[in-house]
Ligand binder design. Structure first.
Ligand SMILES: Cc1cc2nc3c(=O)[nH]c(=O)nc-3n(C[C@H](O)[C@H](O)[C@H](O)COP(=O)(O)OP(=O)(O)OC[C@H]3O[C@@H](n4cnc5c(N)ncnc54)[C@H](O)[C@@H]3O)c2cc1C
Ligand code: FES
Length: 285
């Protein structure tokens, strides 16, 4: 059975700030009781408040930013667990388990551009991906800002969280909204088509994607059709986050590199998978 990462810990932390973000989210910053070493982008933590406002089962969140001793999370309010965290105040005590999962592969500057496809709060694993790629990951050639493009899609402009923070990183930032309130009217793959058609992006790109399951299915299909390298960061439902409860199965492709075993555990084998490893259709039944 795949084990949880050796560096995962359960620890208490204190909320130091909560900033509203977009129409329905907040950036929640916490300070752990002991500082954590540098965390790879797209790893995650299980979080809950240590009071009756949070459900008993903690909820998974990607690390959004790590600033000194502080960890930040971009939290979109969906239900009780996310509301409790987003409505915390400085001094609220939370329980965290992490860092968990694998994170993005090494994002180097040696190949085609990296195109980051974000759907709504699926933008959360990208600020640190950009920072780490520009700094150089795992001894690889650092990426240059012009090699990295964020294609950010959402239903409406108010759900394109923290756009200025992405722009400040110096990478290409392009938006698409279903109602046309920001950028192209349509979804992120239509935006990719448009940017390839106008020469902003070449045909050969490397894809990283995080967002709703339907979006990820479409991205994986595009990667297959065009034979593109593609990694997906999944946001499946999770129970334990450490490989015990079997609450996060991801169907694997028998024809892919993982072979015939039918499922991977998203929490310990993901949340990042190569698109060719997995079958997304029907992930949530
Ligand atoms: C690895 C990972 C990283 C994540 N990172 C982030 C992040 O950075 N920021 C963030 O806001 N969220 C993130 N999520 C999703 C987040 O964990 C869920 O939104 C949260 O668990 C919902 O808890 P809740 O108690 O508020 O909602 P619940 O009361 O549990 O559910 C409310 C509604 O939301 C739906 N729902 C719950 N979880 C999901 C999900 N994963 N996908 C689609 N619908 C869901 C339920 O079906 C239900 O309809 C991540 C999930 C995973 C697995
Ligand atoms: S969430 Fe429990 S096994 Fe993955």
């Amino acid at each position: 059975m795949p084990a949880p990462p050796a560096d995962a810990r359960s620890f208490q932390a204190e909320v130091v700030s909560v900033e509203r973000c977009g129409d329905d989210a907040a950036v929640v910053a916490i300070r752990p009781e002991r500082p954590l070493p540098a965390i790879r982008a797209s790893r995650f933590f299980m979080l809950r408040r240590e009071d009756a406002l949070s459900p008993a089962i903690p909820r998974p969140f990607s690390i959004y930013r790590q600033r000194g001793e502080t960890l930040e999370f971009l939290i979109k309010v969906m239900g009780r667990g996310t509301r409790a965290l987003a409505e915390s105040v400085p001094g609220t005590v939370v329980r965290a388990i992490g860092p968990l999962g694998n994170g993005w592969p090494a994002l180097d500057g040696d190949g085609p551009p990296w195109v980051m496809l974000a759907g709504g709060v699926g933008s959360a694993p990208f600020p640190m991906a950009i920072e780490q790629a520009l700094a150089g990951m795992d001894g690889r050639t650092p990426a240059r800002p012009e090699q990295m493009h964020l294609l950010f899609g959402a239903a409406t402009a108010g759900l394109l969280y923290d756009l200025d923070a992405f722009r400040a990183l110096g990478v290409g930032v392009h938006t698409a909204t279903m109602d046309g309130s920001s950028g192209l009217k349509g979804h992120v793959l239509q935006l990719l088509d448009a940017l390839q058609a106008n020469g902003t992006l070449p045909a050969q790109v490397r894809l990283l994607a995080c967002g709703p399951e339907r979006m990820l299915e479409a991205v994986a299909a595009r990667a297959r059709e065009r034979d593109l390298e593609c990694w997906l960061s999944l946001e499946t439902l999770m129970g334990c986050g450490v490989g015990i409860c079997n609450g996060c199965p991801v169907p694997t492709d028998p024809a892919g590199p993982r072979g015939a075993w039918p499922n991977a555990k998203c929490c310990v084998e993901g949340p990042v998978f190569e698109a060719r490893e997995i079958l997304l259709a029907g992930l949530h039944g």
